[in-house]
Design a protein around this ligand. Structure first.
Ligand SMILES: [Zn+2]
Length: 273
């Protein structure tokens, strides 16, 4: 039994839900993100948020998987501040929906001033609505700089408890920074670039199993919706205890996500067999 706490199911097929269910997935959480193209109007986000809160929960439930969402405008589409504000004005209504856990995945992409301003406005929405926060950190050479900018902005904002914020896509050079400041850390498992399962297990062996989770971040690009159960296999191969494996792949995400009353990992009865 496992939870994939970061996966973009709108980009995956129903067959992926079936394979994840067979592998033991009981719950997923899906952050709002860039869909591979820029939406031409804020109304495009209204439809996307409906998909995240109406369509995907139904599609997942057929396979006994509980589906939860996070709502935001991603930094890639937030360069036009007026456009971003229109989208952000829709967030409070969606935070009331029964499968929504909070604001995410917010963060930085190119570390620009507008991105940072939009990021801070999202933090304000989260504070006002007492919502959990899921954060995307930039990839490759900008990761350390972007992570520092993000953590400093949260500290300067000052209204959010780090225990209610998860910083995702951490790697060897950013995980300590995130954990030391009291945040939760997420490791995204990619098939062959960035953080592989082997590197994630190295990080667990160096930094321990507290306040850390693994996820597939499966989306429309080259990614693997079974990355979490495959990492479980890697942990077993390297001699980790069943208790530690369960902690990383189930107990930790459940503990963080259960800070929202809308999260549940209680088994759901599938309607397909
Ligand atoms: Zn993502």
């Amino acid at each position: 039994m496992y939870i994939d706490p970061h996966i973009h199911m709108v980009s995956r097929t129903t067959d992926d839900y079936a394979r994840m269910a067979v592998a033991g997935c009981v719950a997923v959480t899906e952050p709002a993100f860039w869909a591979g193209f820029d939406r031409s109007s804020p109304a495009g986000f209204q439809d996307y948020f409906r998909q995240l809160t109406e369509t995907e929960p139904r599609r997942a439930a057929a396979y006994g998987i509980r589906h939860h969402s996070w709502i935001c405008i991603n930094p890639k589409e937030a360069e036009d501040h007026g456009f971003a504000r229109e989208v952000m004005s829709m967030i409070p209504a969606f935070l009331e929906r029964p499968n929504v856990l909070g604001v995410g995945e917010i963060g930085l992409n190119r570390n620009s001033r507008t991105e940072l301003a939009v990021f801070e406005e999202h933090l304000e929405i989260a504070a006002k609505h007492n919502a959990l926060v899921l954060i995307h950190t930039p990839h490759l050479e900008d990761k350390l700089k972007g992570t520092r900018l993000i953590l400093d902005a949260i500290r300067a904002h000052g209204k959010l408890d780090p225990a209610r914020i998860l910083v995702d896509h951490v790697e060897e050079h950013t995980v300590r920074l995130v954990l030391e400041r009291g945040f939760w850390a997420g490791m995204t498992l990619y098939p062959d670039t960035k953080c592989t399962a082997a590197r994630a297990v190295d990080i667990i062996e160096m930094h321990g199993t507290n306040r850390i989770w693994i996820n597939s971040a499966g989306d429309w690009g080259h990614s693997d919706p079974l990355a979490v159960p495959k990492a479980v296999l890697s942990m077993r191969a390297r001699g980790h205890t069943a208790a530690d494996i369960h902690k990383i792949s189930f107990d930790n995400p459940r503990a963080f996500l259960s800070q929202s009353k809308n999260f549940s990992a209680e088994p759901l009865r599938p309607t397909v067999a």
